[in-house]
Design a protein around this ligand. Structure first.
Ligand SMILES: [Zn+2]
Ligand SMILES: [Zn+2]
Ligand SMILES: [Zn+2]
Ligand SMILES: [Zn+2]
Ligand SMILES: [Zn+2]
Length: 410
């Protein structure tokens, strides 16, 4: 199955077409298909999880009403599936417990009134659909865009993702919003891909991590007028989010072209949530980077940050993009925070999906020790790609790196 695969109860699991007349898998009643042919085609891939879903759903049923309780139920469901399967779930299988086919109001299953605009919500009754109408109206078109983007990414390759790019030499500072950053990127074939609205959105997502790293480096004056104070850059990150969602090559290429005198980047990803330890090194293919002998690598270290921090080179920047709770449990934080603040000149960039999350993260750093380059605020360099939020009781659509703060030891 494609790496860009995803799950919606309202689209055929094979061809990803939305329809009100899909046939559901008669066993798990969760996965849907447009035709028998597509169901047959998917059976080998689906059958082991199908059995687990069928077995657990008879033993483990949600009977509560509150969003918080349903959130917990969903997480436990995911863990149960994982254990009973004896293997990791892939992305679309994860989305099956994250976005189940239940009424958006009462969380009852076996429901059928689907919103045929966004194909993302379903109701048990006309009464519950009407009850949810005002609230849903605000997000319906954004949810529709979420699905549209998934479908486009599933079906089409984006040529620009593989092309080398460069920047205009007359631009010496990061433009002050992500759209303008994307518009100044020059691809080698001289095509302005961002002129298509959907590509513009996908580009903000694609370049988002790189842009935020440059933003932090400029705010703390590590980089000024595209010249860095050091020719080698060391970055630490303690969240796995960056390792999963970042195309490391893009980040390296971006830094190499933006910062004239930069000769190399070393990134250390330290987290207990990593799958395995490994080292990635990049040889950037474009002529300019080869000429510069630009040297870059990413080390993935499966450990708690405070355990290994003395054994790796000191950072110039610490990156914590959208940390989520499993990465930053309370216990780890109390030991990790003093280590993160141990470097006089290394600022920490923290981003998150919501302001509340960001304030929680920033709050872990005690104020007398820190100064802030950027107070917690909306991020001008957030991704513009809407993504579904599986957490019940909060906004159903969120944006990566939507809020930002940059802090450092005082
Ligand atoms: Zn199909
Ligand atoms: Zn099934
Ligand atoms: Zn209902
Ligand atoms: Zn809708
Ligand atoms: Zn290059």
């Amino acid at each position: 199955m494609s790496a860009m695969s995803f799950f919606y109860f309202s689209v055929c699991h094979v061809c990803k077409i939305e329809s009100a007349t899909l046939k559901k898998c008669s066993k798990c009643k969760l996965v849907h298909y447009c035709s028998q042919e597509h169901q047959r085609q998917d059976w080998q891939a689906h059958k082991d999880l199908c059995k687990v879903i069928t077995d657990t759903s008879t033993r483990f049923r949600f009977t509560g009403r509150s969003p918080t309780a349903f959130n917990r139920f969903k997480i436990v469901t995911g863990v149960l599936w994982h254990f009973e399967l004896g293997r990791d779930l892939n992305v679309s299988e994860h989305e099956m417990w994250m976005y189940p086919k239940v009424c958006a109001v009462c969380y009852k299953g076996l429901v059928n009134i689907v919103c045929t605009k966004c194909w993302s919500v379903v109701y048990c009754s006309e009464t519950h659909r009407m009850l949810h109408e005002t609230q849903h109206k605000e997000f319906c078109s954004k949810l529709k865009l979420c699905l549209k983007i998934h479908q486009v990414m599933f079906n089409e390759e984006r040529e620009w993702e593989r092309l080398s790019f460069d920047f205009d030499d007359s631009v010496l500072e990061l433009p002050d919003n992500i759209c303008d950053v994307v518009r100044m990127i020059k691809f080698k074939n001289d095509v302005d891909y961002w002129k298509k609205a959907l590509d513009l959105i996908l580009m903000t997502e694609f370049f988002c991590s790189a842009v935020n790293v440059v933003y932090a480096l400029e705010m703390c004056k590590f980089v000024e007028r595209r010249i860095a104070i050091k020719t080698k850059l060391v970055i630490h990150t303690t969240t796995t989010e960056i390792s999963e969602n970042t195309s490391w090559g893009v980040l390296m290429e971006f830094l190499s072209h933006w910062i004239y005198n930069l000769e190399g980047v070393k990134i250390y990803v330290v987290s207990t949530a990593l799958h395995k330890e490994r080292r990635l090194s990049f040889s950037l293919n474009c002529g300019a980077c080869r000429e510069k002998r630009f040297n870059s690598s990413v080390m993935f270290i499966k450990a708690e940050y405070h355990e290994v921090v003395g054994t790796i080179p000191c950072p110039d920047l610490i990156v914590m993009f959208n940390p989520c709770l499993p990465d930053v449990g309370l216990v780890e934080w109390s030991e990790t925070v003093p280590k993160l603040l141990a470097y006089q000149n290394a600022p920490i960039i923290l981003t998150s999906y919501t302001m509340e999350e960001l304030q929680k993260s920033v709050g872990k750093f005690p104020p007398p020790w820190i100064k802030s380059y950027v107070k917690p605020q909306e991020n001008l360099y957030s991704s513009l790609r809407p993504v579904r939020n599986s957490e019940e009781g909060s906004d159903p659509v969120i944006y990566r790196n939507n809020f930002v703060s940059i802090i450092a030891k005082n």
